[in-house]
Design a protein around this ligand. Structure first.
Ligand code: FAD
Length: 401
């Protein structure tokens, strides 16, 4: 009998963890598994801000996928998906290849949401992928180099739009990483301005008063100017225009105001809600019997009104159940309903401090920073066990010497 073919689209948090789960659960010969991803590396999205400021080595954030998967159990293909035909069960790649599947997992992640604000798409820098974060790094170093020629202060103004989780992580990283970059480029750090712009009344409003106050205090100690209750109206190559009429001369606007599902989904001919694929309790795309969707592309309703947020934590928990349900489908067993258990969130502000919340327990300072590292290492453990944690730790130590 022909072995069923499982095709997984995207090797981010959802796709890669599903792959690892299947490598554990499937018995030899039970199915063929193909994982397809745009690049041959998996990036640790939750640490992309470090690539943007050059505070972490590339190899710590971008991990080789062939080294993470077991090639006797998973076939990995580098390829860009351009479409899916759910009726004929075929995936189309940019290369012209067509891959047939029996079961499909859509885990194609997110895109930066620009909300149609003029100039953002063209001139702002999104923290979307390894490459887009590398583009931020190149922009910063280019501005430092050019500043030495023309002394234009707008080159040394670095603005971050969005004071949520990603925004404060980026601001903290800029504050810690820019002094070294300035020194390397012979530019006085005292001339640098770091600005955070947030539409809400405070930074990280979802974290509560105590952590908001702590975060604001840290931003102040770093000399970061924070504009709250401030909306961006538009942006050009050398300025950011605010709705209150002010204009900030600035060549680098880093955009971290939200994400949306990969717009590629629009081509698949499957019904979308808010740009995402609605899934049932077992994570099957509604109306299908062989297509799962997980992570930022999936719309999973926790209750009638609330959808799960686009986080790595959600994607990984969904991946675990998706792996189990694919195995169950192949074996003709009952599927498991997905239940999300929020384990808390921690946002780093540079390397030495962080803020976080686990249940009703809030944390800040070095303890939260250690918790952030524990979470990152836990993920490495899921991907490659203790040897991957050791390898990545040694890599960082070597780079620091
Ligand atoms: P992704 O991890 O984005 O993976 C999608 C994969 O699909 C990528 O490898 C991509 O290259 C590939 N792909 C895309 N298009 C194609 C194509 N056409 N063909 C082939 N491959 C394709 N969440 C947390 O829980 N905690 C955090 O601390 C946290 N911090 C974050 C910090 C930043 C800077 C950002 C940007 C996000 C953060 N998130 C965090 C959110 C988290 O990263 C996402 O929710 C998570 O990555 C979603 O996983 P996913 O598998 O759906 O997609």
């Amino acid at each position: 009998m022909k072995k069923p073919h499982i095709v997984i689209l995207g090797a981010g948090y959802g796709g890669l963890v599903t792959t690892k789960k299947l490598e554990k659960l499937l018995r030899s010969g039970e199915a063929t598994v193909t994982l397809i991803n745009k690049h041959s590396y998996h990036y640790i999205t939750t640490q992309l801000h470090k690539i943007g400021v050059g505070t972490a080595p590339d190899r710590k954030i971008a991990l080789s996928i062939p080294e993470l998967v077991n090639d006797s159990k998973t076939r990995f293909m580098t390829g860009t998906v351009t479409n899916v035909n759910a009726e004929s069960q075929v995936v189309f790649l940019e290369s012209g290849e067509e891959i047939s599947y029996d079961y499909l997992v859509i885990a194609l992640g997110f895109e930066v949401a620009t909300f149609g604000i003029p100039g953002i798409k063209e001139h702002a820098f999104g923290i979307r992928s390894f490459r887009s974060s590398k583009a931020i790094y190149h922009q910063i170093t280019k501005q430092l180099t050019l500043y030495k020629e023309d002394h234009d202060p707008s080159r040394l103004t670095f603005a971050v739009a969005g004071g949520g989780f990603t925004g404060i992580e980026m601001l903290g990283e800029l504050a810690e990483g820019l002094p070294k970059l300035c020194e390397e480029h012979g530019v006085p750090f005292e001339n640098v301005k770091i600005i955070g712009i947030e539409a809400a009344e405070s930074l990280i409003p979802f974290f509560g008063d105590e952590l908001i106050a702590y975060t604001s205090h840290i931003m102040e100690s770093y000399n970061i100017d924070i504009f709250t209750s401030t909306k961006i109206k538009s942006c050009t190559e050398n300025a950011v225009q605010l709705e209150n009429g002010l204009e900030i001369p600035c060549r680098t606007l880093i955009w971290s105001c939200g994400v949306k599902a990969n717009s590629l989904l629009e081509r698949f001919g499957l019904p979308l809600v808010k740009g995402k694929l609605p899934v049932d309790k077992n994570l099957l795309v509604k109306g299908t019997e062989n297509i799962f969707c997980i992570g930022d592309c999936a719309l999973f309703m926790k209750d009638e009104k609330t959808a799960l947020p686009p986080t790595a934590q959600v994607a990984m928990q969904e991946a675990d159940v998706c792996g189990k349900n694919l195995t169950a489908l192949i074996r003709g067993e009952n599927l498991k309903a997905f239940e999300y258990h929020h384990k808390g969130s921690v946002a780093s502000i540079g390397d030495r401090t962080a803020v976080g919340k686990v249940g009703s327990f809030t944390m800040s300072g070095w303890f939260a920073a250690i918790m952030k590292r524990v979470i990152e290492n836990r993920y490495l453990f899921v991907l490659g066990g203790p040897s991957l944690i050791l390898k990545q730790t040694l890599l960082l130590k070597r780079e620091q010497l």
